[in-house]
Design a protein around this ligand. Structure first.
Ligand code: HEC
Ligand SMILES: [Cu+2]
Length: 486
């Protein structure tokens, strides 16, 4: 079918363009690779597919021939976190969001076994966009808890494909994390690279707003209105930041398999401080070069390749930028190695691009938010405060309160902080601007109001005061409330 349409288009073009074009077209056509009829690729032997959890991918298929490939996956409904302190009931393929990465070869006959764990509550299935057949497999894989279903398909098209659950309400199954990627490599395999990673974006909808502690229920209303509270890479705000950051060495070539599970949002995938040498647009054959930002549709994917040339942190984001800094769509690739001053020269402050949490640029409104879980002891207050800190303050004041020179003052061992408790409470409640001196250094910048309630404010400050060499003291919600209502 494909071949026929190409010939038809060519015919029309030739008719209108005349004989001169005919000869040049015929020439260039000769150079093109003979199209293979993938239906006729014979399979040899059989093997069990290697499956990997994100951000890792299975070994390349290289020159292996098409085979009978057995894939075993298990659906698990399990509690996890969207960000520190915020729990969510994820529905998953193999226990991770996204589910296991499947790496196949063009012409493979894939025998897919899908188990639904007996402890699960709901039936599920799988629709793989790599399948030519009813429902992408969904119609043959509907499986109740405690059961297993199998179906098989021949991989007729090379490319990077999304898979997802398709049980009604379909959007809800996807929103809860039921998606992943399957790569069908061309006969000759993909070109070898040094590092390969698996990243998948997804949007999440919770009853509470971003960062609201405790177990969060799925919000159907927000999902239908496409008002995401979280936009995440690999199912958690910090899946690939800090100690979880991806890594590479200067001079290496990195290949990212990037998918977008949606359910709703399209991703404007971008790497801060890097240009993509090659993008397999939409995960298909078309290769674009020198790309700054590539669009990844919901239910689509892209293969992205670039060489890393200088050390530092490359920040991967959805360039719909509030999603990156305020809803979680941010990952880091740490590049180690020799400086190359011909390529980049400059003084470097680390930690400029970090998640900012839900903090919003507005003037203080003295409005108390809905009460959250109350801390019942000093230990609990410190523990809760740590979660608030990591999702709200880290972006600017850094993980260990060390700050960023000339931009964000330190909270560690801060003489300014320790001198006046009320002033610190005011800073968190109402924001702070103008010149201040902390540990002998002058700062003149703006901290926005953090939009936290009394309990959260008390917890986060208690955490700060009880760490990093500060004067240990407890800040209570009552103290915060008194200052809020002054
Ligand atoms: C968007 C960046 C940003 C975020 C997020 C942020 N701050 Fe700040 N903070 C600042 C800046 C900038 C200043 C200095 C303001 C100035 O120059 O007047 C500051 C000052 C402070 C100070 C007083 C100075 C010092 O070093 O003791 C305290 C206390 C403080 N912040 C606590 C917090 C806490 C707690 C959080 C999290 C709940 C937080 N900040 C979140 C940017 C931020
Ligand atoms: Cu499902």
């Amino acid at each position: 079918m494909k071949l026929k349409t190409t010939n038809l288009n060519l015919g029309i073009l030739l008719l209108s363009a005349g004989m001169l074009l005919l000869s040049s077209c015929a020439d260039s056509q000769k150079k093109e690779k003979e199209p293979i009829n993938s239906q006729e690729i014979k399979v040899e032997g059989e093997m069990v597919a290697e499956l990997t959890a994100p951000p890792y991918v299975p070994k390349p298929t290289k020159d292996r021939k098409a085979t009978k490939l057995r894939v075993d996956m298990e659906i698990l409904e399990l509690e996890g976190e969207l960000v520190d302190g915020v729990q969510y009931m994820f529905w998953t393929f193999d226990g991770t969001v996204p589910g296991s990465f499947i790496r196949a070869k063009l012409g493979d006959e894939i025998e897919f076994h899908l188990k639904n764990h007996p402890d699960n509550k709901l039936p599920h299935n799988i629709d793989l966009h790599a399948v030519t057949g009813p429902g992408g497999g969904a119609e043959s894989s509907f499986v109740a808890p405690g059961q297993e279903k199998a179906f098989s398909f021949k991989a007729l098209h090379p490319g990077l494909f999304v898979y997802h659950c398709a049980v009604a309400p379909v959007g809800m199954h996807i929103a809860n994390g039921m998606y992943g990627l399957i790569l069908v490599e061309p006969e000759e395999g993909l070109e070898p690279v040094d590092k390969e990673y698996y990243i998948m974006q997804g949007d999440f909808y919770t009853e509470g707003s971003y960062g609201e502690r405790g177990m969060q229920e799925f919000s159907m209303e927000k999902a239908i209105n496409e008002m995401a509270d979280y936009v995440l890479f690999n199912g958690n705000v910090n899946s690939m930041t800090g100690d979880n950051a991806l890594t590479a060495e200067v001079g290496e070539t990195v290949r990212l398999f990037v998918g977008n599970g949606g359910p709703n949002l399209v991703s404007s995938f971008h790497a801060i401080g890097e240009i993509f040498d090659k993008v397999h647009v939409e995960g298909a054959d078309l290769i674009n070069h020198n790309v700054q930002t590539t669009l990844i549709p919901a239910g689509g994917a892209a293969i992205i390749e670039f060489e890393v040339n200088v050390p530092g942190t490359i920040t991967l984001v959805d360039h719909s930028i509030f999603r990156a800094f305020n809803k979680g769509a941010l990952a880091m690739l740490n590049v180690k190695g020799e400086e190359n001053h011909d390529i980049f020269e400059g003084e470097i402050y680390e930690g400029i691009y970090l998640p900012e949490g839900s903090s919003i640029q507005k003037m203080p409104t003295p409005k108390t938010k809905k009460a959250t879980v109350q801390a019942s002891s000093l230990e609990e207050r410190i523990a809760f405060g740590k979660d608030v800190y990591s999702r709200t303050c880290t972006a600017c004041h850094q993980a260990n309160g060390q700050g960023v020179p000339a931009a964000f003052p330190p909270l560690a061992n801060s003489d300014y902080l320790n001198a006046d408790v009320e002033r610190a409470i005011e800073a968190v409640l109402f924001g702070m601007s103008g010149e201040i001196t902390v540990n002998g250094e002058v700062y003149n910048s703006v901290m926005t109001s953090q939009g936290l309630n009394d309990e959260e404010t008390a917890n986060v400050l208690t955490y700060v005061y009880n760490n990093w060499g500060n004067d240990a003291q407890e800040i209570t919600p009552e103290m915060v409330n008194e200052i809020r209502n002054r």
